[in-house]
Design a protein around this ligand. Structure first.
Ligand code: AMP
Ligand code: MG
Length: 422
């Protein structure tokens, strides 16, 4: 494991007082190490975990060629481009069992969706595309008009979803509902996943109230622990909420020590800017190997990161929106890496700004926005009100973060901008 000094030495022109957003991301990639332990979990419990092994398909899905429609199966080589085709119905193939019997040229078999294709047949004409001749309510013959069908239509091929022996899911994939269903379709009862990450967090500041405490002058209720809880739980992390720790060196030391002992990651908020009674920084410095940065971004300028004991530590700013933005920009990608997840950066959407936005080149800015469809169907974006770094309301009303890159200047009405969806 590299020390912070070693990581810094490898980065070009490292300056903790003037970090770009990409400098911070590059530093953190070097700082964190993926968990090593795995768990074998029953399928349902594996939802939201990260696969630790490739899942190799033990069978073909579907296991046989089968019909994609309710209709009539026949040998498609009889289709002629310019003439209609009449076929006699000689039986019915139901889902769940193979139809035994011979089908000769000029004949077909009534077939249900999912039923195995009888031997020698490769094409299904859907019920609604044929004229049926019936006697006593049973189809006896069908007429297929010219040009409505090609050989091979409406047949699902054996193994077209998953092929025996091939990786159906890959190590590092997060188990989403679709991937869980896919694992189930292979008949797998358990999956091997990386153990979940344990993340401890606390808020700092004498002015921060916990829920249930009476309001008092100069004090504000803690919101950071709640947004962090939500962000971490959405990622599938195990959380340890350590409450609020006042601006007191002894309490902070004890909290850091306890958190670092129990968790893989410790996240604090508050106390990393230049403030009088901020002991958080001093304590991180004393207990661990921690870098303090001034980042060219808004919101979220001050941030600390490093290690205390075996835990990775993130010291986020105190302002509630800055906490969320620094989490999304830096902490979340670092945690995915620690969780063993191959999580490609979420694609940024391009949308038209419905308003002019002032922006100075030389820092990355994040604005809280609402993305919607313009009347012509393209994406448009508007800001959700007061963009102060302490104003959570505009964050709560947003469905995206507008990302104005380092070099970007002012935005004019109608300019294309990039949005990270929330
Ligand atoms: P600090 O970084 O400690 O100087 O805090 C910056 C601002 O964020 C101050 O106005 C704090 O009161 C506020 N703040 C810090 N922590 C929290 C929190 N957990 N919940 C809500 N506001 C906070
Ligand atoms: Mg503070």
């Amino acid at each position: 494991m590299k020390t912070l000094e070693q990581i810094a030495a490898e980065l070009q022109a490292y300056d903790p007082q003037a970090m770009s957003v990409s400098d911070v991301a590059a530093f953190l990639t070097q700082l964190v190490v993926p968990v090593q332990q795995t768990l074998e979990l029953p399928l349902l419990q594996a939802l939201g975990h990260v696969l630790a092994r490739d899942v190799v398909s033990p069978l073909n899905v579907p296991p046989h060629d089968n019909s994609a429609m309710d209709g009539f199966a026949f040998d498609g080589s009889q289709l002629q481009p310019d003439s209609e085709l009449t076929l006699a119905v000689v039986g019915t193939a139901l889902a769940g069992a193979a139809w035994q019997g011979e089908v000769r040229p000029g004949q077909c078999v009534k077939i249900m969706t999912g039923a195995i294709m009888p031997a020698g047949l490769d094409t299904v004409v859907p019920q609604e595309l044929v004229r049926v001749h019936a006697s006593d309510g049973n189809a006896t013959a069908i007429l297929i008009a010219a040009g409505v069908l090609r050989a091979g239509d409406n047949r699902r091929l054996c193994g077209e979803d998953l092929q025996l022996g091939r990786a159906a899911l890959q190590k590092g994939e997060l188990l989403t509902p679709a991937r869980l269903g896919l694992a189930a379709s292979l008949g797998l009862k358990t999956l091997t996943v990386w153990r979940p990450l344990r993340v401890a967090y606390f808020s700092t500041g004498d002015e921060i109230l916990s829920l249930g405490e009476a309001p008092r002058e100069g004090a504000v209720y803690d919101s950071n622990r709640y947004t962090l809880y939500g962000l971490l739980r959405q990622m599938g992390c195990e959380v340890i909420d350590m409450g609020v720790v006042g601006d007191d060196p002894a309490l902070l030391e004890a909290a850091f020590a306890r958190a670092a002992e129990q968790a893989d990651v410790v996240i604090t908020s508050g106390g990393v800017s230049v403030g009088e009674a901020d002991y958080t920084k001093a304590m991180m410095r004393k207990l661990g190997d921690v870098a303090f940065w001034r980042i060219a971004m808004r919101p979220g300028r001050p941030m600390a990161a490093g290690r205390i004991g075996n835990a990775v530590v993130f010291g986020l700013p105190g302002n509630p929106v800055a906490v969320m933005v620094t989490f999304l920009a830096f902490v979340r990608p670092a945690l995915w890496q620690m969780m063993g997840a191959n999580m490609p950066a979420a694609p940024l959407l391009q949308a038209r700004s419905t308003e002019a936005i002032r922006k100075k080149p030389g820092r990355t800015e994040y604005q809280r926005v609402w993305v919607s469809n313009a009347p012509d169907g393209s994406l448009q974006v508007r800001t959700t009100g007061n963009q102060g770094s302490g104003v959570l309301r505009s964050m709560a009303q947003a469905n995206g973060l507008l990302v104005l890159s380092h070099a970007q200047g002012n935005v004019a009405v109608g300019d294309l901008v990039e949005v990270m969806m929330l």
